[in-house]
Ligand binder design. Structure first.
Ligand SMILES: [Zn+2]
Length: 248
């Protein structure tokens, strides 16, 4: 029987915990993981991102309106809770011309920024929001990615789709640039992402390693367009502004 590490949820021989240095941030990050992301999507990066951030928590669920820890974070007047979710109404922290940044920064003089991130595919993330009006009502923030997704395993259907590790990295970059937070270990999240990806490619090529996926990976250009259930799973919620969906 394979022993799993119950912190990172990887098989013990591949456990990531020893190579992760949790970093401090002012912002509290709250990862809301759809159960399907946990169950089927072994490339899910939300849990590793959570382990990299001292000031973070991860909760699994679909609807969060009755979820006590989430609701107390939202309702604590000392907090300024926001949802990372692109769209016209989202404050773009990467855009110095966004006039909403100044009042947002002023709020954070006295309140703690709490960012909720949906660790799910695009479709499942929308469903989580539909079932969570309290999350829908939160002010939204976004960023303009500084790099396209580095994903080659979970082929992202659009250039703007980012994994949770990448999205958190981009968010921290934009928070640091706008002076709203520090980013003490800016290389860690992306390095972890690349190492995870290398490992998964090795596992796939070597059946003895108990791969995460049978068979080798085709280069993105040779793959067929994602379709059906497995195709939808490949889409992440963090999309570039031009791909942003209508408000839920
Ligand atoms: Zn571990």
């Amino acid at each position: 029987m394979r022993i799993t590490c119950y912190r990172c949820f990887w098989p013990q021989p591949l456990c990531w915990c020893g190579s992760i240095t949790p970093m401090a941030t002012r912002t509290r990050f709250v990862f809301l993981m759809h159960p399907k992301e946990f169950k089927y999507e072994k490339a899910a990066t939300g849990r590793l991102t959570h382990l990299c951030l001292q000031n973070s928590e991860l909760h699994m669920g679909i609807g969060f309106d009755d979820h006590e820890p989430v609701q107390s974070l939202i309702n604590d007047p000392a907090n300024f809770p926001v949802l990372l979710y692109p769209g016209r109404e989202a404050i773009n922290l990467s855009d110095p011309a966004d006039a909403r940044i100044a009042p947002f920064a002023a709020e954070l003089q006295t309140r703690r920024l709490v960012v909720f991130l949906l660790d799910a595919t695009w479709a499942l993330g929308r469903k989580m929001l539909r079932l969570s009006p309290s999350l829908q009502r939160l002010p939204r923030i976004m960023f303009t990615p500084t790099a396209p997704s580095r994903y080659i395993i979970k082929q992202q259907p659009h250039a703007g789709c980012l994994s949770t590790l990448e999205a958190t990295h981009e968010l921290l970059l934009s928070l640091a640039r706008s002076g709203l937070d520090g980013y003490p270990l800016p290389a860690q999240l992306i390095a972890l992402f690349h190492r995870m990806q290398d490992l998964q490619l090795k596992c796939a090529a070597d059946p003895a390693m108990g791969g995460y996926r049978r068979g080798t990976y085709k280069p993105p250009s040779e793959r067929t367009a994602p379709q059906g259930h497995s195709g939808r799973r490949r889409t992440n919620v963090f999309q570039a502004p031009d791909r942003s969906a209508d408000p839920v």
